[in-house]
Design a protein around this ligand. Sequence first.
Ligand code: BG6
Length: 515
Amino acid sequence: MATMQMKISPEDLSKVPSSSSRVPEPTIIVIFGASGDLTKRKLLPALFHLEQNGLLPKEFAIVGVARRPLGGEFAADMRAGILEFGGVSEGEAHLDAFIDKVHYYAMNFDDGEGYTGLRAELDRIAGEHGIGGNRLFYLATAPEYFTAIIENLGAHGLNKPAQGTVRAVIEKPFGHDLESAKELNRQVNAVFAERQVFRIDHYLGKETVQNILVFRFANGIFEPVWNRNYIDNVQITAAETLGVEGRGPFYEKAGALRDVVQNHVMELLSFVAMEPPVSFESQSVRLEKLKVWQAIPAIGITNAVRGQYGPGSIDGGDVVGYRSEERVSATSGTETYAAVKLEIDNWRWAGVPFYLRAGKRLKGRATEIAITFKQPPLMIFNRNNMQGDCAEIQPNVITIRIQPDEGISLRFGAKVPSTQSVNVCPVTMDFDYASAFGKSSANGYERLLLDAMFGDQTLFAHRDGVETTWSLYTPILEAWAAKTPLKFPNYAAGSWGPDCADELLARDGHKWRKL
Ligand code: BG6
């Protein structure tokens, strides 16, 4: 298929502001579960990038909290994490000064006295760095500790300081079904007002995800055709080549539907399907997203399929099947692949199928949204014998590539040069982030951490949204839990997933897009 590239001119690019000069108020970020991978791989590198770009206040500190007595080892470990995962070189100008702001406090999350000590330690650190009462508590622990931490923060008055603002960022998974999510929301809101709560979904921090709204609402030509009159179907894919990467015990309880579909994929869906919000502000954006999820009727068990990978080969190397992964049951019934078909019963989307799929150990890594348009009412071309891609006239497709190869493409038909015949072949117009703007190093957490410090909730999940998406998937999870799949594993690592996922679309005469 032929491809044309779109480029932004150097003059235009030079007019784009590189960063805002606004910095948040002096703050202490307190990370619970700081000895885990997330802190070292994502949070600290993201915070350091903010520091490098002058986006953090001068009066600032990070306090890692975890059970192990790590002392000074913690700061050294975070330094190593910034170098390894942040693409930062030894000797980088701000690094030592930044690491001086990194502290550690060891405690058990359910030990009340620990919080009295933590409070005193935070006051001491605030004094040392000239920070007032602002605190950002980041819950990056395993979810079973969320309740103890939230209740203890409340019981020790850490949720409302005498002066300053307190906010709580809560990592996923936010609950494991509707009931647990409701219960967690109840516990969180008993201690923190909703405006203090930042339920994180790192997909919302991705540039390409935010760009879906810009693509739709900052351009005049797409919105008029963005509806059931012109769109035939929408496919959202989150395909990974990675397996469970040592997270066996977590994944055994999660599975693909809980881990990726209920949250990341549903966030993508809401951005694709929402009505234009009144403004790009938290309340308006979150309201429009909620309306999309609320308009989805029960999915129905026949519209959901699951898979689990067996042994296979990824990028030329042999990999084990899921059941042979570390700390995974040899008879596990956990799905590593899930696909669903759903509809959105509103005026814009009635009758348009949305197909969602997410899986691990697939043939390639690609997160993308493909919007396939209806064919013209009458086809007057391609009456001759053409082969391959050109054998049939292909529908127009807008593909939004979230990652990797971030960009957007439009497929359309073009005349194959010939003096004798008129034949149509698909070609692609392509916008590629890297060639237009240069590669961005931001990992999503930078934007989200900054927004949380500013108190901007636009890119965070709201209580009602989380409960609505759980209400859609809980019946499927329950039905799956009640019936162990006999046919697992049902796809080979390195393939594009199980046959049942192809059958789900074949019923409607559709096929998954080739990635
Ligand atoms: C996480 C899931 O939330 O998202 C992981 O727990 C998954 O299992 C990851 O691999 C995918 O994120 P990204 O940014 O790599 O697409």
